[in-house]
Design a binder for this molecule. Sequence first.
Ligand SMILES: Nc1ncnc2c1ncn2[C@@H]1O[C@H](COP(=O)(O)OP(=O)(O)O)[C@@H](O)[C@H]1O
Ligand SMILES: [Mg+2]
Length: 206
Amino acid sequence: MKLLKKGAEADIFETKWQNSKAILKIRKTKNYRNPLLDSKIHKQRTIKESQVLSQVKQIGIPAPLIFFVDLKKSSIIMQQIPGKPIHDLPPSKIIPLTKEIGKLVGTMHKNGIMHGDLTTSNFILFKNIVYVIDFGLSQNTIKPEDHAVDLRLIKEILNSAHAKIMESAWKNFLSGYKSVVGNAKFSKITNLVSDIESRGRYATVV
Ligand SMILES: Nc1ncnc2c1ncn2[C@@H]1O[C@H](COP(=O)(O)OP(=O)(O)O)[C@@H](O)[C@H]1O
Ligand SMILES: [Mg+2]
């Protein structure tokens, strides 16, 4: 099996399922963690990821199909999306796609799903469609504070990984998000994002 990526918390291999190219995502053991706790966390995230991967497809979010889940090994075999992570695209391509990302995030939030790890590596562009992956940290929640945490993270990622295009990318993201969630929720969440940011600044000063 070919190792494709060493992710933050999992190894990604290219494999086959029946005749289709597939991805094997297997969560790796962290040496600094207690082994029992480690396997519990892995199991939880594997269950969550496979549940939410199927859930989001029902609300119109493009996401890989699940082929097989092995809870003992904390592994998932899923459809390979043979595109490119948004993170790796040239800036001129990323800017317009951030509006689509905003719409996708808005759709998840409107349906009570927080992604939990909104980085530009967790969106893959394939044949003009943006797919969402990596749902291991997602939660079923309608709490505005949780949704604000999602927005805060993607803003931080745009700021750090895509600093040159941050302004237009964030503007587009917000316009896509607003078009799905509506004005009232939009104001509520963006105000909470500002709250988090001001707390963050205060914390670093002290
Ligand atoms: N279904 C998939 N199709 C194509 N590439 C994938 C798929 N799943 C993961 N990858 C690739 O592997 C990387 C890491 O996978 P990910 O699920 O995000 O794990 P991690 O939790 O370690 O970030 C992704 O950024 C993407 O490049
Ligand atoms: Mg990831």
